[in-house]
Design a protein around this ligand. Sequence first.
Ligand SMILES: *Cc1c(COP(=O)(O)O)cnc(C)c1O
Length: 362
Amino acid sequence: MILGYPRVEINLKYIEENTRAIVERCSKYGVNVSGVIKGVNGIPQVSKAYADGGADMICSSRLEQIEEARAYGVDKPMMLIRIPMLTKVEETVRVADYSLNSEMEVIEALNEAAGRQGKVHNVVLMVDLGDLREGWWDQDELCDAAWRIENELENIYLAGVGVNVGCYGAVMPTAEKLQELVDAAEKVEARIGRRLDIISGGGSSSLMRIWDGDIPERINHLRIGGEIVAAFTNEVVYGYDMSCLHKDAIRLKAEIIEIKDKPTYPVGTIARDDLGKYHTYEDRGIRRRALIAVGRLDYHDPEDLIPVDKNIQVLGANGDYTILDVEDCDIDYKVGDIIEFVVRYGTMVYLTKSRNVKEVFI
Ligand SMILES: *Cc1c(COP(=O)(O)O)cnc(C)c1O
């Protein structure tokens, strides 16, 4: 393996501390936190950091990642948070203790698979409350499904209900919206004649209800990835004080391979770039620019890179290069110097997958 740069440095202690900070705040409201690993490609060390920080379960949308966490020795219940594929019910039951579900046909197949494996598989039924991603829309059908599971499917345990918001429909997890989930849960409970164990009120965005202290009382579970690994949206978009969290648990480091004074406005007939896109350029005269050896192929979107040196401006990128304006920097950068970035959550899935980016745990 070629060592060195570019590299992504993952601070497992920060991830553990962030998990603990969120777990502690949520526990005041009787809410358990499950750690979601899909955003970092299920790096098993991150699963362990979540577990060490007090997450009650490990969640992923990908069975392979759950399997890897188990193989690494993470000793927590595992939850599949994408509706299982009908063709993967056998693996779902083998690898995951819980799964989120919205199709009776799949749950019946899970029941048969669990029977064959001599197991009981736990399901959380998803309710669609308007975000229009997964889940039952018709709550009578939801209650019928719950009744069938409870009374007719021997190898399935109905653990609870859950919702997803803030995705396709960008619907906010308001207290009213989450109360709708509690209402749906209580309809299910009335139908099956017992209380549900889990009422799962969403992902990172639902933390704003904890911070505001108005999460409906019976919500007792959240599934959190982004806000543990790279808190951004709640603070920057919605203005919540997330200062109890480290924002730089994951950093990208890359090496300068060219540094020159160049014009800021392209010279020639300007058309579309190599990806067919138009750009706008501001003519700021001749300025010092550095090229670093990391590009879109590694991280996808240069807007997700935040230079640690505040005087650096990310101008753009193509597959292989990232172009930086370093004119205003106090440091006199040279070829071979290392530039460091804090990265947003959205890019981590690329960085942690790129075979060209070294993964280093600190
Ligand atoms: C991805 C996902 C989450 C967690 O979202 P993050 O942005 O990683 O916190 C929660 N629930 C479901 C169903 C998901 O797919």
